[in-house]
Design a protein around this ligand. Structure first.
Ligand code: F0G
Length: 458
């Protein structure tokens, strides 16, 4: 059989709401051309994020009922801890209310002025937490990763030579951690190879720098290794994940991604002393160490989700469904990140809208058009999210201008995705009518969440 089917059936459905194009033009204007200001009821297909938007399974919902809400020592915490340890084999497991809370704790302890954190690519909240501590985050992405439309199997890899050079320049003593984001969300959802993880670990070991994994999408990354890396075809996803974490000294994870949970996250590590410092901070900011800002029911749902996500029928369907949309767009001549990533399709907005200069945020302009044309909500991952200003307030653009269409797990069907492809193709055919945007108001960090924009008028 050729067709890879959804490995589930639907027991409960949610309505989605239709609007007209005229209504959406007005909604977008009132939202200051920022998709984060649009009410979700005004969105038809919501591809803003794959975070916290998964459909939970009947087993997870049963876990929600089973969840024990004891303040201390809840059995749901022990189920959670055991699920995390089954994958990571790390002795210290600290729940947090989501991924960035784990980051905030970790970088408050390890960050500070004069410190540097090296990564393949830091996600926006990770970078923000590093910078908020006074430290600097540096992306050392491999060359293949910087060219959206040229395919390569592991475009999320870190440039190992660049890492060596970076350590030589800054001094190992000023680099508290090296972080590998798997898959590389800001770089197109592209995977990191086992070889790269091993090589990075080797450099870290030689320099006495701990390696942490940003493990949000560890199962998707593990499945790519199974498909693409020699020697892994006959290993289970669990074995591959175990090997990945065996090279790491610790990890942060947002359970809102590959654990199919609507909320939650954790920190896990080998270092007991560091874990004690993290727990002390956790108690002030998140809660007691056996719940860390989560309800017992959430811990239970995460424990179950962490196991479900390693099911290979699921992962085959998941990776194939992203590839399906990517291939449809490639066939229509639309510039997309290739090959398909693990959780999202990324359009190269610089190529899609060559008439809009980066200073006018082509990615954000495309996000607006996808919404007005078909009610699809997406997100810019480009200079609006990552751009900085030089001393003359001139934009220092991001490496790439991407628009991400993140696919929530187990939520949309193939006909939803066919519709998405039709809308994108329609927008592409009329792309020269799209205008750039200028900023009216912005925050100093993570500005994309609250920025207000308006169309550029000549
Ligand atoms: N790291 C990565 C790689 C992420 O993708 C995210 C979240 C986080 C950390 C932070 O986790 O949201 O639970 O605090 N990414 C979401 C996204 C928001 O849309 O990609 P969080």
């Amino acid at each position: 059989m050729q067709t890879i089917i959804e490995p589930f059936r639907i027991k409960s459905v949610e309505p989605i709401y239709f609007t007209t194009k005229e209504q959406r033009i007005s909604i977008l204007e009132k939202a200051y051309y920022n998709p984060f200001f649009i009410h979700a009821d005004d969105v038809l297909i919501d591809l803003l994020t794959d975070s916290g938007t998964s459909a939970m399974s009947s087993h997870q919902w049963a876990g929600i009922m089973k969840g024990d809400e004891s303040y201390a020592g809840s059995p749901s915490y022990y189920a959670f801890k055991s699920a995390v340890q089954d994958i990571t084999h790390m002795p210290e497991v600290i729940p947090t209310h989501q991924g960035r809370a784990a980051e905030k704790i970790l970088f408050s302890i390890l960050g500070g002025k004069g410190k540097y954190f090296a990564s393949n690519t830091l996600f926006d909240t990770t970078r923000a937490n590093i910078e908020f501590s006074g430290a600097e985050g540096v992306d050392l992405l491999c060359e293949e990763g910087k060219h959206p439309i040229i395919p390569a199997p592991f475009k999320g890899n870190m440039d190992v030579d660049a890492l060596k050079q970076f350590i030589a320049e800054k001094g190992a003593g000023n680099i508290p951690l090296c972080i590998l984001t798997i898959t590389n969300n800001s770089g197109g959802g592209q995977p990191v190879s086992m070889k790269n993880i091993r090589d990075v670990k080797q450099v870290c070991r030689e320099n006495n720098i701990p390696l942490f994994i940003d493990a949000c999408r560890f199962a998707e990354n593990s499945y790519f290794i199974k498909l693409r890396e020699e020697g892994y075809a006959n290993k289970s996803v669990k074995e591959i994940a175990n090997e990945i974490f065996s090279y790491a000294d610790g990890c942060t994870m947002s359970a809102k991604k590959d654990a199919f949970a609507n909320i939650g996250g954790f920190l896990a590590m080998n270092d007991k002393e560091l874990a004690t410092k993290c727990r002390n901070l956790l108690i002030i900011t998140e809660g007691f160490p056996t719940y860390g800002g989560l309800a017992g029911r959430d811990l239970e749902a995460i424990a179950i989700g962490l196991n479900e996500v390693m099911d290979e029928h699921y992962l085959q369907y998941r990776i194939r469904s992203i590839e399906y949309l990517t291939n449809k767009l490639i066939e229509a001549g639309i510039p997309v990140m290739q090959p398909a990533g693990g959780h999202a399709v990324y359009i190269d907005a610089k190529e899609f809208l060559p008439h809009i200069p980066v200073e006018q945020y082509p990615g954000q302009a495309l996000v607006g058009s996808l919404y007005t044309e078909g009610g699809i909500r997406s997100v810019e991952i480009g200079s609006l999210m990552f751009g900085k200003y030089d001393d003359n307030k001139k934009l220092i653009p991001a490496q790439m201008e991407l628009v991400r269409l993140a696919i929530p797990r187990r939520v949309y069907t193939q006909s939803h995705i066919d519709y998405v492809a039709e809308v994108i193709i329609e927008v592409f055919n009329n792309r020269y009518n799209i205008k750039g945007l200028s900023i009216i108001e912005e925050a100093p960090i993570l500005r994309h969440f609250t920025v207000k924009l308006k169309p550029v008028t000549e």
